[in-house]
Design a protein around this ligand. Structure first.
Ligand code: NAD
Length: 369
């Protein structure tokens, strides 16, 4: 089985879909590996560190004979054109943002597995790139916030007197939010967590945070949240305003699949925040959780700093690549048997993750955002 690994081309994307430690494992499964020259460059992995991998300069030559093409971000259309009919592409797609790519995948009869479609079931956890990348982002949000604060997170006792711990509020307690709680707690902050799914309370408590009770339960389908109604929003705001305005650092991660980011912090709440407070908005990709957020920018609103980075996992490219490549390897291992690719369409992981196959869209169709 010929496997090709592309060099990423999207701006600021530092990740790579193969790391040297996985090469022997893939070779053991019968893979012949080919990688585009310089694919690991952004995380300082020279081509020579990939032993047993053929390095190919031109991306068209690279994918021409590949049975499987691996990358992180969706590739350019000319790559799809150069791929063999019936071959496999595995990467993040977010199909609603990539209509031209999807059409090309259908035209060229490429079987595409979109990493973001992977079912969130126990058996698929080792393949779950959304989770691995979110965990890193949650950790990094605390680091980013700390560097923008003019104060420290832990309590500090000195001969000149004591400084109390910073207050951190984490809003949205999925994978990223829980990792942010754990990180802020480890750094000595006093941490509060908030989510509309009640089951997150116990998780927040187990990581050392307290939980802000709003009395609103917005559990949606498949373990995700649903959008709040107007009444629910004002009920939540009545409770949360005090907590937002008492915090030194607010980290927001709230998301509802297929919808723009819910707005959890409005302009009035920002205006009442402490001088020097920082908001790190991890939902910038979906528009942001704060009304003042400018996706991709760090801005000042009065005495408050709002940091809204895009593609946070890529900022931790080395670890993000290691985990992403392992996620892809585990998915690939479901299809690679006796040196041939066999897709068992009765496997809910493969059927659920597939986006296109043999010129058809797979169900369920991707939701528009
Ligand atoms: P996500 O990125 O979709 O959303 C982040 C969080 O925002 C969620 O906890 C959500 O409840 C919350 N949120 C949405 N609207 C909100 C609002 N108005 N106010 C406050 N919070 C709001 O979440 P995710 O990290 O992808 O995780 C989603 C779910 O999937 C979780 O239940 C998680 O435990 C589950 N999960 C399961 C597995 C598995 O079993 N294999 C793997 C990963 C995640």
């Amino acid at each position: 089985v010929n496997i090709a690994i592309l060099k990423e081309t999207k701006p600021h994307e530092r990740r790579v879909a193969l790391v040297p430690s996985l090469v022997p494992k893939l070779v053991k499964l019968g893979a012949r590996l080919h990688m585009q020259a310089g694919a690991g460059e952004a995380i300082k992995l020279a081509d020579a560190t990939f032993k047993d991998v053929a390095i190919v300069k031109d991306r068209h030559t690279l994918v021409k004979d590949a049975d499987v093409v691996l990358c992180v971000q969706p590739p350019a259309l000319d790559v799809i054109d150069a791929m063999k009919e019936g071959s496999i592409l595995i990467c993040f797609v977010y199909a609603h943002k990539e209509p031209a790519l999807v059409q090309r995948l259908l035209d060229r009869k490429i079987t595409c597995f979109a990493m973001e479609r992977l079912p969130r079931i126990t058996r698929a956890q080792s393949m779950d790139a959304l989770s691995s990348q979110s965990a890193l982002a949650g950790y990094y949000a605390v680091q980013l916030g700390a560097t923008h604060l003019a104060r420290i997170l832990p309590k500090l006792t000195t001969a000149a007197g004591a400084i109390g711990p910073a207050k951190v509020l984490v809003m949205g307690l999925g994978v990223a939010g829980l990792e942010a709680i754990a990180t802020a707690h480890r750094l000595g902050a006093v941490v509060e967590g908030y989510d509309v799914r009640p089951e997150t309370k116990e998780q927040a408590l187990s990581l050392g945070a307290t939980f802000v009770e709003t009395g609103v339960d917005a559990r949606g389908k498949g373990g995700y949240a649903r959008e709040l109604g107007a009444d629910e929003k004002s009920k939540v705001a009545a409770v949360l305003t005090d907590h937002i305005q008492a915090a030194d650092l607010v980290i927001t991660t709230a998301a509802i699949p297929g919808h723009p980011s819910p707005k959890l912090i409005d302009k009035v709440q920002v205006a009442g925040m402490k001088a020097g407070a920082v908001i790190v908005d991890l939902s910038a990709e979906g528009g942001g959780n704060c009304e003042d957020t400018v996706p991709g920018e760090t801005i000042r609103v009065g005495p408050v700093t709002i940091v809204a980075p895009l593609n946070v996992p890529s900022l931790l490219g080395e670890d993000a690549s290691t985990l992403y490549a392992k996620n892809q390897f585990n998915l690939l291992a479901l299809m690679l048997k006796d040196n041939v690719v066999t897709i068992d369409w009765d496997d809910e992981i493969l059927a659920g993750t597939a986006l296109t196959h043999a010129g058809r869209m797979m169900e369920p169709k991707p939701k528009a955002a």
